[in-house]
Design a protein. Structure first.
Ligand code: COA
Length: 207
């Protein structure tokens, strides 16, 4: 379903803006990010990590860290959002998404560094994920969150997601959004190109 050129991941980098106009670069995670990604998760507050992973962990277990770094394997992807802080490119948010081709859905989870929460980063990152979902041919995107996670529920509501019960776990709620944008109207340039090339490769993909 996807037509990403995995050998040239750098071309899929987007620049977003926080609410106050700071530049935010969103790109696929790279092997050189391994240490910094782990540092990012360790630096999250206990509560943010709990909300992200639905359990108490102090860092990413090695197996999961390895999975986070395998871009495109089993249609799973990790992106980091970085900002220049004191002259260094610093991870301020991350998102992981998986394309379920059989149901044409994109599942995602994300987090924002505590220091940068409340700056509109989750909102713009989710908009960017929407572009990626559309480019990959998904009809819906969804995520799961703890019912107690007021911040995530509020972001999802403001971003026009609908809420449904989680099929297996009463502690979770699922937020879901229909993706109904035509390839030529995708509002992220790089993902519009991916969508248009998918459409050219397989004209029925636009239906
Ligand atoms: C949930 C989370 C991703 C939100 O990220 P964020 O960048 O702070 O969100 P935004 O700044 O885009 O917030 C957008 C809106 O969500 C709501 N919101 C955000 N944080 C909130 C909070 N702590 N309490 C209540 N509402 C909140 C607000 O309505 C906000 O709009 P406003 O600032 O105009 O009032 C962030 O708090 C986080 O990383 N939490 C830990 C990990 C997590 O919970 N992940 C979700 C599970 S997948």
């Amino acid at each position: 379903m996807s037509t990403l050129r995995l050998e040239d991941l750098k071309q899929y980098s987007d620049t977003l803006r926080t609410r106050h106009g700071e530049a935010l670069r969103v790109r696929f995670v790279e092997p050189r990010d391994t240490e910094e990604l782990q540092h990012y998760f360790r630096s999250l507050s206990t509560r943010s990590r709990y909300n992200r992973f639905f359990g108490a962990i102090s860092e990413l277990p090695q197996g999961l860290l390895h999975e986070f770094l395998q871009i495109g394997e089993r249609e799973r992807f990790t992106v980091v959002a970085t900002m220049m802080v004191d002259g260094f490119e610093t991870i301020v948010a991350e998102a992981r998404y998986a394309l379920h081709a059989e149901t044409a859905t994109l599942e995602f989870g994300l987090s924002v560094a505590d220091r940068w929460q409340g700056h509109g980063i989750a909102t713009v990152l989710m908009k960017n994920l929407e572009c990626r979902a559309a480019a990959l041919g998904a009809d819906h995107m969804f995520g799961d969150t703890l019912r107690s996670n007021a911040a995530m529920i509020s972001v999802a509501r403001k971003s026009d997601f609908a809420f449904v019960n989680h099929p297996d776990d009463w502690k979770l709620v699922r937020f879901d959004k229909e993706i109904s944008v035509a390839p030529k109207d995708i509002p992220c340039a790089s993902w519009r190109l991916v969508a248009l090339s998918r459409q050219a490769d397989s004209p029925s993909a636009s239906a």
